[in-house]
Design a protein around this ligand. Structure first.
Ligand SMILES: [Fe+2]
Ligand SMILES: [Fe+2]
Length: 144
């Protein structure tokens, strides 16, 4: 159920990004800025659910170090940086830059999400963690 919930949340984030990209393609920066806010909030909340709750719980059984969780956290920080740069490009009304960053965001996020959906979340389901409690704690996390 962690896997289903988080996979669904990936799609929700995609659904918030799609209209933003449309607004950028149309050169509508006012709308893009409006759409950027909920998109960024959803992405940061998703990352926080993983970094603050899910990953630490998994690490109790898998150990820390430079394993798959370490790679996921590194990718989060790369994607966060792209999101910040995208926000700046939108504020500066730089359409070409914003579209380029949007494309980079999409590619990186799709690859990242695929790894989580196929590997990480499946591992989480197999570990002896309290899934229901973990999911409840994840839902309470605030975007940071
Ligand atoms: Fe992630
Ligand atoms: Fe994720």
């Amino acid at each position: 159920m962690i896997k289903e919930y988080m996979t669904h949340d990936h799609r929700e984030c995609d659904n918030l990004y799609a209209p933003l990209e449309e607004a950028l393609s149309a050169g509508d920066f006012e709308k893009a800025l409006e759409l950027f806010v909920p998109f960024k909030r959803a992405m940061l909340k998703h990352f926080a659910m993983e970094e603050e709750v899910l990953f630490p719980k998994m690490e109790e059984f898998m150990g820390g170090g430079e394993g798959p969780i370490y790679v996921m956290k590194m990718e989060h920080s790369q994607i966060r940086s792209i999101i910040d740069q995208l926000g700046e490009a939108i504020e500066n009304k730089n359409q070409q830059k914003a579209l380029g960053l949007g494309e980079t965001f999409m590619i990186m996020t799709q690859q990242h999400n695929m790894k989580e959906e196929q590997i990480l979340y499946t591992m989480a389901e197999q570990l002896p963690i309290d899934k229901e409690k973990t999911l409840e704690e994840m839902k309470k996390v605030e975007a940071s």
